[in-house]
Design a protein around this ligand. Structure first.
Ligand SMILES: [Zn+2]
Length: 218
């Protein structure tokens, strides 16, 4: 990973293959959001960027380490919108906080995963923390959460966002972006979760209720 002086950060996979180039400021904001959101969730997990052509993210035990992984297609979809990243991180951090990602059910299903991932762990200031990790199989992780788990993770993500000054509308925007993806593109993150439109409505309702409550409490 290139660090010094450049305004961009390049993530390399095996054989020096360029996986992704990101704005350094966006990487730093992403890392800070990850730190704050996981702290609010009372959980610890490494942030991992993995290969992938279809937007996806997941919380999983990978090679014995607690991880929150975001794939490259998802990073490209989100772009520079840190509120959308915060919503995504909040959702995955909640899976850890509530123990959804800990179950043996999840771990055994990952072994049967279909595709091999290449991941780059991110640490402070974009310095790789976890190094390059190869030979991961994690496609089926999100599929093993129940719908109730998913709704719970969405609700908690709003709490974490509000607690850290992120705009919770970011969570809605990200879902709406995913709903607009070309029909036929199989999006695991969307496919294994409550249907997109239902999720958008739920998020909007939650945000309204939580903001109202916060307003009353002040
Ligand atoms: Zn989920």
């Amino acid at each position: 990973m290139a660090v010094a002086r450049s305004s961009t950060v390049t993530l390399y996979g095996p054989g020096e293959k360029v996986l992704l180039t990101m704005n350094r400021q966006t990487v730093q904001k992403l890392l800070l959001a990850h730190f704050r959101i996981t702290r609010s969730a009372g959980t610890q997990a490494e942030l991992l960027i993995v290969e992938g052509d279809e937007p996806n993210a997941f919380a999983a035990m990978i090679n014995g380490r607690r991880m929150i992984a975001i794939n490259i297609a998802m990073i490209k979809l989100i772009g520079e919108n840190i509120d959308e990243f915060a919503g995504l991180l909040g959702h995955e951090a909640a899976h850890w906080a509530m123990g959804h990602a800990d179950s043996s059910k999840v771990r055994s299903s990952t072994i049967q995963g279909i595709s091999t991932l290449v991941g780059v762990g991110l640490g402070v200031a974009g310095i790789p923390a976890a190094g390059i990790i190869t030979g991961l199989s994690a496609d089926l992780i999100e599929a093993s959460y129940s719908r109730d788990n998913e709704r719970e993770a969405d609700a908690l993500s709003i709490d974490y966002m509000l607690a850290n000054g992120f705009d919770p509308q970011g969570a809605v925007q990200l879902q709406e972006k995913m709903l607009k993806l070309p029909v036929g593109l199989k999006v695991p993150f969307l496919g294994t979760h409550p249907s997109g439109q239902e999720r958008v409505e739920n998020l909007k309702r939650l945000i309204g209720a939580k903001q109202e409550k916060a307003g009353v409490a002040e």
